[in-house]
Design a protein around this ligand. Structure first.
Ligand code: DAH
Length: 358
């Protein structure tokens, strides 16, 4: 019996010590396999006397059962450990890296352009664009500037050297030529805004040789000044993010509109701050009017059939007003510290649902 106890202890120690399924299999073969220690003992039963067998039979069967069970238990433990190890090495990291704060800022001109586009898009306007280098026809003549009329001089135009045929191209002095390009290629109804770069030979605190405008044009059969006024007032409220704005239309002159007006908005100064919308003071913010019949004719449209309104305003000036930026020249100085201060987060796209400027 003590021989069997010794064997059991020895086998149990080996089972516990088996550190892999292969090592455990070796212990199983060495104990329960055909020539294993337990099996060899079983074979001796046949040669025993009946009494001896009566005693040894159950003892050996018990041993076999306990060893079998211990091997099974150890196997389960080893399998679980092997699976854990595999899971640990084959693990896939499905988390996203933390979002680093973006480098760089959106320039106020880009920001305001996006804001204006968001507002007019919501009113059903498309965005149109045209070339910076224009000819005299689109920039002046088709817009009803008479030849040698002083209105041409008002614009301090940058001209290129004359071409071989004598024509002088120019840098567009306003975004209005894109009105002509659109009316010549698209049938009414037309509802567009035209943001873009414009150029005039001028430089001081509020003028730079290159600046930005946004033009608006609506052409339909029955468009009138009421539509013009409603559209521009809705724009001002949305742009300045106020519930109401006081506006006033002052008669003015532009060759391409009749009647023409400048629109002023009410404001007041509180300390150093300018509050837009209400107040006793007026500030001019844009030019506008009903498209001149000659302009419609120059684009092949019959003024008895179609009419519409147009407006134009300075994007840089809107940015200075809304965001309190004192000097226009800084806009184009490419100073990273200025942009860091006045710029906008690239991930905050202006839109009417979550807010234009946040
Ligand atoms: N083109 C004008 C300028 O640069 C601005 C302007 C005024 C545009 C009235 C318009 C308009 O379309 O109707 O001074």
């Amino acid at each position: 019996m003590s021989d069997l106890d010794g064997l059991e202890k020895d086998l149990m120690t080996k089972i516990d010590a088996a550190s892999s399924e292969a090592a455990l299999e070796e212990v199983r073969i060495a104990s329960l396999g055909k020539k294993g220690a337990v099996s060899e003992r079983m074979k001796t039963l046949g040669k025993m006397s009946a009494d001896e067998r009566k005693q040894m039979g159950p003892a050996l069967n018990g041993l076999k059962a306990r060893i079998t069970q211990a091997i099974e238990a150890r196997k389960t433990t080893l399998e679980a450990a092997a699976l854990d190890a595999r899971l640990a090495t084959e693990r896939v990291d499905i988390t996203l890296p933390a979002r680093t704060s973006p480098k760089g800022k959106i320039h106020p001109v880009s920001q305001v352009t996006e804001e204006v586009v968001a507002i007019f898009s919501a009113m059903g306007f498309d965005v149109a664009e045209g070339p910076d280098i224009e000819d005299d026809f689109h920039n002046f003549t088709a817009l009803n500037f008479p030849a040698d009329h002083p209105a041409r001089d008002m614009h301090d135009t940058f001209f290129f050297e004359p071409k071989q045929d004598g024509e002088r191209m120019l840098l567009r002095t306003h975004t209005s030529p894109v009105q002509i390009r659109t009316m010549k290629t698209q049938a009414p109804p037309i509802r567009i805004i035209i943001p873009g770069r414009t150029y005039r030979c001028d430089s001081d605190q509020t003028h730079t040789p290159m600046f930005h405008q946004v033009e608006g044009l609506v052409i339909d059969r029955q468009t009138n000044m009421g539509h013009l006024k409603g559209t521009l007032e809705a724009f001002c409220k949305a742009f300045f993010e106020v519930d109401s704005v006081k506006t006033r239309f002052r008669p003015h002159f532009f060759p391409f509109t009749e009647p023409s007006a400048e629109m002023d908005i009410g404001y007041e100064r509180v300390g150093k701050e300018i509050r837009i919308g209400q107040g006793a003071d007026w500030m001019e913010i844009l030019g506008c009017g009903m498209v001149h019949p000659n302009v419609l004719k120059n684009c092949g449209l019959d003024p008895d059939e179609f009419q519409g309104f147009a407006f134009g305003m300075g994007i840089d000036r809107l940015a200075m007003l809304k965001y309190g930026i004192p000097d226009l020249r800084d806009f184009f100085a490419a100073d990273a510290r200025w942009l860091e201060h006045y710029g906008f987060d690239p991930l905050d796209q202006p839109n009417l649902a979550t807010g234009l400027s946040r």
